[in-house]
Design a protein around this ligand. Structure first.
Ligand code: ATP
Ligand code: MG
Length: 181
């Protein structure tokens, strides 16, 4: 089944050391005191799936995702997050039985994206998740206030939400891209 198998975080927000979280097919709850990094984990998932909005990532600029140092520890030069999804049933159009998506961001402003360790563009990551219900615009991550937002948006915006859920937006995206060429 399609499920999140693992998340590897290194140099992202409050995780300077390489941290590997593995998940089963069942439910996982992440618990911890205030400020211990729970939301930073969901930020890491959002980010590796292509999130470009620093507001959605609870920061001011993209650099804020990189470990910024503490009294005891120097800041780091880059952040890297990898997400591993099961692909044994080939939900994604890739031969491999797992899909690993990696994003790396350097203080210099340089970004790198990989799908199964092959260097790709952000566009490829967006297309991988588009209309899967996963990804930046999907419903895999329901943040605080999201339900309220869906209920209160203007009808046109709500239409977009349902189009994404119904799998229509991929075609709209391709059509728009073709028209702009
Ligand atoms: P709460 O229960 O209050 O929601 P939480 O477990 O969700 O807490 P987070 O918001 O994930 O906590 O983590 C906040 C911590 O992450 C803060 O201590 C903050 O200093 C730290 N943090 C955020 N960005 C960075 C960064 N770039 N470098 C180092 N630490 C960071
Ligand atoms: Mg939190």
């Amino acid at each position: 089944d399609l499920y999140l198998k693992a998340l590897e975080i290194q140099g992202f927000k409050s995780f300077p050391d390489k941290t590997v979280l593995t998940f089963g097919e069942d439910i996982t709850a992440i618990v911890g005191p205030n400020g211990s990094g729970k939301s930073n984990i969901s930020d890491a998932i959002r980010w590796v799936m292509g999130e470009q909005s620093t507001r959605a990532l609870r920061g001011g600029k993209m650099e804020d995702v990189i470990f910024g140092g503490t009294a005891k520890r120097k800041q780091l030069g880059f952040a890297e997050v990898s997400l591993v999804l099961d692909n044994s049933e080939h939900f994604f159009d890739l031969e491999e039985s797992e899909v690993m998506v990696t994003r790396r961001y350097y203080r210099s402003g340089e970004s790198e994206y990989y799908i199964n360790r092959r260097s790709v563009r952000l566009k490829d990551v967006n297309e991988l998740f588009m209309d899967t219900g996963l990804g930046r615009e999907g419903y895999s991550i329901i943040g605080q206030g999201k339900i309220d937002e869906i209920l209160s948006v203007k009808s046109g915006d709500r239409r977009e939400i349902f189009e994404e859920a119904a799998g229509i937006s991929r075609y709209r995206h391709r059509k728009e891209e073709a028209e702009h060429k």
